[in-house]
Design a protein around this ligand. Structure first.
Ligand SMILES: [Fe+2]
Ligand SMILES: [Fe+2]
Length: 263
């Protein structure tokens, strides 16, 4: 019986499920649990773009950790401003780790899925605004500290993307927006609180394959930063549980690039 020499040689596509602003609470707990349960068999990697809890209480993170624990795929996350509301971000990260969720705080991580080396640089990002309305490094020390904090996040993103430069697939994972493109729909008066274009500097420099963020609940799903695809995967924006991406499943030198698959 003749055999097809190419049969079985095609790499399986890498399926990435991304969501931000899950905001786990007692009222949506069952809905979130059902959404994550559906990922088994449909996603190979999960990326969470912050605001995982409603008010940053470790007990809320423990609920999400319990939901994530049965899942066998890698799960990476960054925290959002809600997750820091009680000033207990480290405890939130520790609670999520119990469920197998790796929280990236100004750091990068890698995993190999279907033979593809994936690198994720994760930072929360911060406020500061965009061209035309932004916070300058001037004046009262408190305001200058806000500026400095955004700089620390930007520097960490630069280091993280540098660390994953050799990966087949390079992803920047943030909570705050690095571009106003994915904020369209939000009141322009609050753009400065939704992100900063300073965060775009390392993205322009390293040109990752994909940039994900959340935070802007009334923004727009898709945008670009000098041709680099940016997705606001905030659940209220994507109007579904997860936005699914499919990667061609070939190494960097051979791949066709990311292909969007709608769920
Ligand atoms: Fe949020
Ligand atoms: Fe947020």
């Amino acid at each position: 019986m003749p055999t097809d020499p190419h049969a079985g040689s095609a790499a399986a596509p890498l399926r990435i499920a991304a969501a931000g602003d899950v905001h786990v609470s007692p009222t949506n707990r069952d809905q979130v649990e059902a959404a994550f349960a559906r990922l088994a068999g449909t996603a190979d990697l999960v990326l969470l773009a912050g605001d995982l809890t409603t008010h940053g209480e470790p007990e809320q993170a423990a609920v999400l950790a319990k939901i994530c624990r049965p899942l066998e795929m890698p799960i990476f996350a960054v925290l959002g401003n809600h997750d820091w509301h009680c000033g207990r971000g480290e405890e939130i990260a520790a609670a999520l780790a119990e469920g197998g969720v790796r929280v990236l705080e100004r750091e990068a991580a890698t995993c190999r899925v279907h033979g593809i080396m994936v690198g994720v640089a994760g930072v929360k990002g911060f406020v500061g605004g965009f061209d035309g309305s932004f916070l300058p490094d001037f004046g009262e020390p408190l305001l200058r500290e806000v500026y400095a904090e955004c700089g620390r996040e930007t520097d960490a993103l630069d280091r993280g993307l540098e660390a994953v430069a050799e990966c087949d697939l390079r992803i920047a994972l943030l909570h705050y927006a690095p571009t106003p493109a994915t904020l369209q729909g939000e009141p322009p008066g609050i753009f400065a609180f939704l992100g900063s274009d300073r965060l775009a500097e390392p993205i322009v420099r390293h040109r990752p394959d994909l940039v994900l963020h959340g935070h802007a609940h009334a923004g727009t799903v898709e945008g670009t930063i000098e041709g680099v695809p940016v997705f606001n995967v905030s659940v209220p924006v994507i109007k579904r549980d997860f936005w699914l991406f499919e990667h061609a499943g070939a190494p960097r030198a051979e791949r066709e690039g990311l292909k969007l698959r709608t769920a």
